[in-house]
Design a protein around this ligand. Sequence first.
Ligand code: GSH
Length: 228
Amino acid sequence: MKIHDRPGFPNPARIRIVLAAKGLDAQVEFIPVDLIAAEHKQPAFLAKNPAGVVPVLELDDGTLISESTAITEYLDNLDGRPILTGSTPLEKAVIHMMQRRAEAFVLDPVGLYFHHATPGLGTALQAYKSPQWEGREDMGRREGTRVLEGYRYFDGLLGRQDFLAGDRFSMADITLFAGLMFADAAGLPLPEGHAALRAWRRRVEAQPSVQQRTGQDFLREDLVRMGY
Ligand SMILES: N[C@@H](CCC(=O)N[C@@H](CS)C(=O)NCC(=O)O)C(=O)O
């Protein structure tokens, strides 16, 4: 199988952590997509994912799977022993719910902040931004305040339990972890306090799959290339 992505970006990082957790790295060929040159907005890539975003999983029979949750569910269930997406109906539902909160409260608003309140990925992508965001840096900044609310919500939750969906590391933790890495790179780091969220982050960093797959160079190569 192939994964079309760009190393160092948050959603690709989610899948790279999943691959490490499932021991699947050796079975994957990574195909780099040049996000800064807007390769993902050109017809060849849009034919693979009409949403024009990475990652995309391409199976050997040509089946294309996009959306990080869908890719995670596929990879996690390939061996019939899911460890990240739940086994029982209740586990599956709670993990799904919490991972969506991690996207909605942190990862997605960080992305909107990054793309609309900062230079984002640079000039080549400007042409592909939705016109409703034209000149609306204020709206982008408002997304930044939503991220801070998200931090408070998760700090409260993690004061009561070890991981987002209870006592076990799951897809939901991977999503929030990627959101926090993206927030650091985008200029929205965790403010002072948030002791429970910080302690959770250390627990996630200690996971072998996360240790293999992340690093301080998150986004750095591309940001340096753009002159940040
Ligand atoms: N909902 C998608 C989001 C994917 C996404 O936003 N990917 C980012 C990279 S982290 C991207 O391709 N951004 C390029 C752009 O927005 O132009 C998923 O879960 O995979």
